[in-house]
Design a protein around this ligand. Structure first.
Ligand code: 3PG
Length: 214
């Protein structure tokens, strides 16, 4: 794992965020995440202005690990880099985007769930993959089955992860970190309930810590 992947793995959870009003919400949300012990944000390109959100968060908390999610084009990779983002997450395995990220020196976590995806990831020299959509693709049982032929990968399960199953995933040594939108639900963001987001982050960090300590 590179330095960034190691830092993400130490925290153990990655909030997947959609911000429809980044100018209003990005700053207080970054405060809430940091206060909860999760100085990480995957800002998805599902809403316009993802790069504005990344910029605002990094201005306020330069120590944060801020990256982009739902990246579908190399143009979005360029926008992520221009905003200061340090990682790119793609829903599926797109070798063109992975290679582009490698050329540009930005870490990419492509979504992989099948042996064929893992074959491609192996050829591309990747070490950490997003496993998406995790629950819908077979969850931890499938992650473990995939690790038999592919023990070289760590994964970030995302999709259907929440406070109830976070501990089960986190206890496995195959898991680098878990991603999820559950830490930053749309409703809490639109209502500005930042303390509740901080609380969800704190609980997540605690669950990861307990699960890893057995
Ligand atoms: C993603 O883009 O990574 C997922 O939509 C997150 O899935 P979740 O909403 O089930 O956490």
């Amino acid at each position: 794992m590179n330095e960034l992947q190691t830092k993400i793995s130490q925290v153990g959870c990655v909030p997947v965020i959609k911000l429809t009003n980044p100018l209003r919400d990005a700053a207080p949300l970054s405060d809430a995440l940091c206060a909860g012990g999760v100085p990480i944000a995957e800002i998805t390109f599902r809403a316009a202005g993802a790069d504005d959100a990344m910029r605002i968060m990094l201005e306020r908390h330069p120590e944060m690990l801020v990256g982009a999610g739902t990246v579908l084009t190399t143009e979005q990779v360029d926008r992520t880099i221009a905003a200061g983002g340090c990682f790119v997450v793609t829903p599926g395995m797109d070798p063109e985007i992975v290679k582009y990220c490698q050329e540009k020196g930005i870490t990419c976590f492509p979504g992989c769930t099948t042996p064929s995806d893992y074959h491609i990831a192996y050829k591309l020299g990747l070490e950490v993959l997003k496993f998406f959509p995790a629950e819908q693709s077979g969850g931890l049982a499938k992650i473990k089955a995939m690790a038999a032929p592919f023990p070289m990968f760590k994964v970030m399960p995302t999709g259907g992860v929440n406070l109830k199953n976070l501990g089960e995933y986190s206890a496995s040594p195959i898991i680098a970190a878990c991603g999820g939108s559950y830490m930053c639900p749309d409703k809490l963001i639109s209502e500005g309930k930042w303390d509740e987001i901080t609380d969800l982050c704190r609980k997540s960090v605690e669950i990861v810590r307990e699960a890893r300590n057995g």
